[in-house]
Design a protein. Structure first.
Length: 256
């Protein structure tokens, strides 16, 4: 399994699709900071405003995970090369866990590069202040709280990729579930408060709650010495366990 993961890492790190995706987000970060520097003259705290743009990255993380899942697994399913791996004697369970680990690792690498560049450019252009540092501290704790949710989404995406084997349709289904179903359950929760749990359990609702945690701590003037948010962690682990059990069951019986 270790050698298979190493080969996956080598294969993906040299893929232009992944490199271009990282570059596009880095360019977007640079453009945002330059805009704040030269056009945002009325902004009283440009460094903190720049840090607020990191919330967009958190909100868009389901899409980024979907892109990376396509890079790592989509082409293999499309070109039916997974059979070669199975024929070589690697068990299906090891393949699944290797894919989950690879997708998570490259998502984390993506996040480190994009967020790191954004913060570095912001410091160079605007300097640094105490409020911005508090935000960064809180932001990284919130991201850490979201890791189980991201792992759960990876398994969730792979299920549809394995069943449907058409990445375009998989992307439409995943994005519909993540963004549109979240809105629909929000309307249902508004009309029927007893069904609020349907909205609370949605991945996008969990990300919104994490963003609300950052905003709440800012309003209350907390110094950033806070703990990981327990509820998103529990929901994330629940999604991961359920999705992974279903994924292993389906993958063991699927031909590619």
């Amino acid at each position: 399994m270790r050698n298979y993961i190493k080969s996956e890492f080598y294969r993906i790190i040299h893929r232009k699709y992944y490199q271009v995706t990282v570059l596009l987000f880095v360019v977007f970060s640079i453009v945002v900071n330059l805009f704040l520097k030269f056009l945002g003259t009325k902004i009283t705290d440009p460094f903190l405003t720049s840090m607020d743009f990191l919330l967009i990255f958190l909100f868009a993380s389901p899409i980024i995970l979907l892109i990376i899942q396509d890079i790592i697994l989509g082409d293999e399913i499309k070109h039916k090369t997974l059979n070669n791996v199975i024929v070589n004697g690697i068990s299906r369970d090891k393949i699944i866990f290797s894919k989950i680990i690879s997708i998570l690792a490259f998502f984390m690498l993506f996040s480190i590069i994009v967020i790191g560049v954004h913060i570095l450019i912001s410091i160079v252009l605007f300097g640094v202040n105490e409020e911005g540092l508090k935000f960064i501290n809180q932001y990284f704790l919130v991201c850490l709280s979201a890791v189980p949710l991201w792992i759960g989404l990876i398994s969730f995406y792979i299920i549809f990729s394995v069943i449907i084997q058409n990445q375009v349709i998989v992307s439409l289904i995943a994005l519909t579930y993540i963004y549109i179903v979240s809105y629909i359950t929000g309307v249902i929760a508004y009309l029927q408060p007893k069904l609020t749990f349907l909205y609370i359990l949605q991945p996008l609702s969990i990300l919104r709650s994490l963003i609300d945690i950052i905003e709440m701590r800012r309003v209350l003037g907390m110094d950033g010495y806070c703990v990981i948010a327990i509820f998103p962690v529990l929901i994330g682990f629940g999604l991961f366990i359920i999705s992974t059990i279903l994924l292993i069951t389906i993958f063991r019986k699927k031909d590619f």
